[in-house]
Design a protein around this ligand. Structure first.
Ligand SMILES: [Zn+2]
Length: 364
């Protein structure tokens, strides 16, 4: 009996040791795999050759696993987020609906210094973002068509000039100093008197367009669209388009900023497209009021009809600039090439291949 127990005890001890050894091997293997995977992502290993991927439709796109993509330490991420800044008035007052012109000028300095470059809302929607490698796109929007956005004054000789303290002029002056910053901006005006000087409406709209800036729809009467009937919504948007095209013949007015950020599920379809009195409209981009950066136009969740904006105030500008400094991997960083979309491998599942529209996808 004694030797039986000894044998049994021995067997249990041996089995126990084997179990411990197996567990040890498993843990060792687990951690070594984890470390290896980490190393791979840190070093960004290029694939050995280009591959073609297909999603079994007609949709065959070239994907390049590029070498040397980060050799200059820049990590392009064209799936990152983009700041669309929402300003209202630019004036000598700093407040909820006005940015002091000195602070506005300082905003541009800060944006430039931190690598932001201006792009238009249209090129954003077209996924046609052409800025230098390593820079981040930014869109400036101005609501309500205030006089401080574009003001005409007379100089000492009685000649009409653009007030050097208005937003358009400040952007132009800044661009003279830093020509690679750009002058893109979009003005979501409403009527009857955009930019506050009835005698200069046409000249001002012409001026905006001649500088490569854009005009957008903010409804004719700055209407709370969510409270209106289908017919009233269509009238508000169509009359704006009609009046704008009277000044700017042939202009493509195709984006809208919701006054008060207000819309409703019931009438959103009519805010997007509609018709009133023979005037048809289609808004391919719709801007909200708040309150975070927008997704990249090639992100699978990007919705051009619900683009969020960041208020152009000290607090919100500081907040989001700091956010991207602390989370650089979330920021859109350009690869500097207009015919490629470059993204880190970790974000591969977030891209909508339908949206890259003929561009080459580069994954690293
Ligand atoms: Zn407004």
């Amino acid at each position: 009996m004694k030797s039986f127990y000894n044998k049994k005890t021995m067997s249990i001890i041996v089995l126990f040791i084997i179990a411990i050894l197996l567990a040890f091997c498993f843990i060792l293997n687990y951690f070594s795999t984890d470390i290896l995977e980490k190393d791979e992502s840190d070093n960004i290993q290029p694939a050995e050759e280009d591959i073609i991927i297909s999603d079994d439709k007609e949709d065959v796109r070239e994907v390049e696993h590029e070498q040397n993509i980060t050799e200059d330490s820049i990590k392009p991420n064209e799936l990152g987020k983009v700041m669309i800044i929402m300003y209202h008035d630019i004036s000598k007052t700093e407040g909820e609906w006005s940015r002091h012109y000195d602070n506005f000028r300082q905003d541009l300095e800060t944006f430039y210094e931190k690598g932001y470059r201006l792009i238009s809302i249209k090129s954003f929607l077209d996924n046609d973002i052409n800025i230098p490698r390593g820079c981040s796109p930014m869109i400036l929007t101005f609501d309500d068509g205030t006089r401080g956005q574009l003001n005409f004054i007379e100089d000492e000789n009685g000649n009409l000039i653009v007030d050097p303290l208005c937003a358009v002029s400040i952007i132009e002056q800044f661009n003279k100093k830093y020509p690679d910053f750009g002058t893109s901006a979009v003005f979501y005006i409403n009527y009857p008197v955009p930019f506050g000087q009835i005698e200069y409406i046409r000249q001002k709209l012409d001026y905006i367009i001649s500088k490569g800036m854009d005009i957008g729809n903010h409804t004719f009467n700055h209407a709370k669209l969510g409270k209106l009937s289908k017919e009233e919504v269509e009238k508000e948007i169509a009359l704006h388009k009609k009046r704008t095209l009277e000044y700017l013949e042939g202009y493509e007015l195709d984006t809208l900023a919701l006054p008060y950020g207000n819309s409703s599920k019931q009438n959103i379809d009519y805010i997007i497209s509609g018709e009133y009195d023979g005037i048809e409209y289609h808004n391919r981009g719709i801007l909200l009021v708040g309150a975070e950066p927008a997704l990249s136009p090639v992100h699978k969740d990007f919705d051009p009809l619900k683009m969020p904006r960041i208020r152009g105030s000290q607090m919100y500008i500081d907040k989001w600039l700091k956010y991207f400094e602390e989370n650089p991997s979330e920021k859109y960083v350009s690869d500097g090439k207009s015919d490629t979309i470059t993204i880190p491998q970790s974000l591969e599942e977030d891209i909508d291949l339908q949206k890259i529209d003929g561009k080459k996808l580069v994954i690293y």
